[in-house]
Design a protein around this ligand. Sequence first.
Ligand code: PNS
Length: 179
Amino acid sequence: MERLFCPFIKRNAEDKAVGNLKICVYPGSFDPVTNGHLDIIDRAAKLCDKLIVAVLVNSRKNPAFTLEERVGLLEKVLKDRENVVVESFDGLLINFVREKNASSIIKGLRAVSDFEYELQMALLNKNLDPGIETLFMMTNINYFFLSSSAVKELARHNGNIEGLVPECIREEVIKKIMK
Ligand code: PNS
């Protein structure tokens, strides 16, 4: 029998039993999380009931922050977002998305240079599971130039990263990079 949407059911971010719960996954290395990521997270969280920010365990990019640090920074930044949770995953993204009963993958797009790689990933994932969509969100124009690599490069050379990462993690990011 088809489930009917009932607006009186209190939706809980942890409650996977509610049939109409729309779960999305926003994957990445988050090495570290930037204000560009945060902007996508906040916009995406409005489009679903539960957003899982999924941190890749074994990034080929040789991360500066350990998995625990990357997850810890995200948790600190996102602690007041009710429908956003932070998890980690290893292996294929599509398997994680399936495991979580999520319907869509959220990706942020900046320049055209992101497009080719992201198109390939989206098509590969579509080929692996046609039931799961990849949704692209254009970056906020204020963060067009921003990336985790740029933050690390600036911090390494004593550049100002104010406004580029959430304020509550700025000192932690600088300390780690300067170590
Ligand atoms: O923040 P990033 O490093 O650009 O994120 C890349 C990420 C984690 C989204 C991507 O590397 C990924 O999905 N990795 C998992 C492996 C996978 O599923 N690859 C696609 C099929 S080959």
